[in-house]
Design a binder for this molecule. Structure first.
Ligand code: ARG
Length: 266
């Protein structure tokens, strides 16, 4: 087992009794982050400045709490980009469906949250070059009669609010959607039999399945997607800088190194 996974597992086991896995307190520095974010508009982004990243740290292995710190693939990629740009990274944790607005209004410079590039989102923000491939996957209780996407007709489906799982599950005929603030809450609803299936991104799906008895992920993908970093439309300089950094991280092998630290090859 990877070291970080042990952190998540212990954190969840202890946290679950109190208030659930995702209820880790915000880091002590988060108020400072918020103040910095207010003062630091997208236009001021520059060498020596602060790069404010908006995320939703309920999404292992891309972003999650390790004690008081937000860690994960996105956190490390953003840190590497900030370093490349000569900037200091600050991470702001928020609801997933607030990230785009906070980037649009300049409260955050970038949104990095395992965020899928979609046509609708492209109307509000720009996206960097993609840095990961993903898919929406279906999780069910063991023994369920659901064997693939076609069997979801008429079912009750749990999703995380505002995610592509939420958006695309809306196309399933006669399905009832139950929307949760955290992916983990959708999983808990599944284990309690309150929903028939959960639709969520592949890597978090694997983590959640590994942490909960009696559920499994189907092999067939519901959708295939790409993750990229959201940046305000008017901040073209930052978009170019971030893209240049992503290219460097890909070419140097650093991006793959970060991914390998959190995702074991199959
Ligand atoms: N990829 C999905 C989307 O973009 C889910 C992302 C959820 N990310 C998170 N940090 N909670 O809608």
């Amino acid at each position: 087992m990877k070291k970080w996974m042990a952190y998540v597992l212990t954190g969840c086991l202890m946290g679950a009794m109190l208030s659930g896995c995702a209820a880790a307190p915000a880091p002590a520095s988060s108020e400072g982050n918020a103040a910095a974010a207010d003062a630091d508009t997208a236009e001021e982004t520059q060498e020596g400045g602060t790069l404010v990243m908006a995320t939703n740290a309920e999404f292992p292995p891309y972003e999650f709490y390790d004690g008081e710190d937000i860690v994960g693939i996105d956190a490390e990629i953003a840190a590497a980009i900030a370093e490349d740009l000569g900037m200091t990274l600050e991470i702001e944790d928020m609801a997933f469906d607030s990230i785009i607005a906070s980037v649009q209004t300049g409260k955050a410079d970038i949104g990095a949250a395992g965020m899928t590039v979609t046509e609708d989102r492209l109307e509000n923000v720009n996206f960097s070059e993609p840095y990961a491939e993903s898919a929406q996957m279906i999780i069910i209780q063991e023994g369920s009669d659901v064997t693939g996407p076609d069997d979801l007709v008429g079912k009750t489906i749990g999703v995380q609010l505002g995610t592509t799982g939420d958006i695309y599950a809306g196309d399933i005929e006669n399905a009832t959607l139950e929307r949760y603030n955290k992916g983990m809450e959708a999983i808990q609803a599944l284990t309690q039999g309150k929903v028939d299936a959960v639709i969520i991104d592949r890597e978090p799906a694997k983590v959640f399945v590994s942490q909960n008895e009696g559920i499994k992920m189907l092999d067939e993908e519901f959708t295939v997607e790409q993750y990229a970093i959201a940046i305000a439309k008017e901040n073209e300089k930052l978009l170019a800088d971030v893209n240049a950094s992503i290219t460097k991280l890909k070419e140097s092998g650093k991006l793959q190194e970060i991914v390998d630290k959190y995702i074991s090859a199959e």
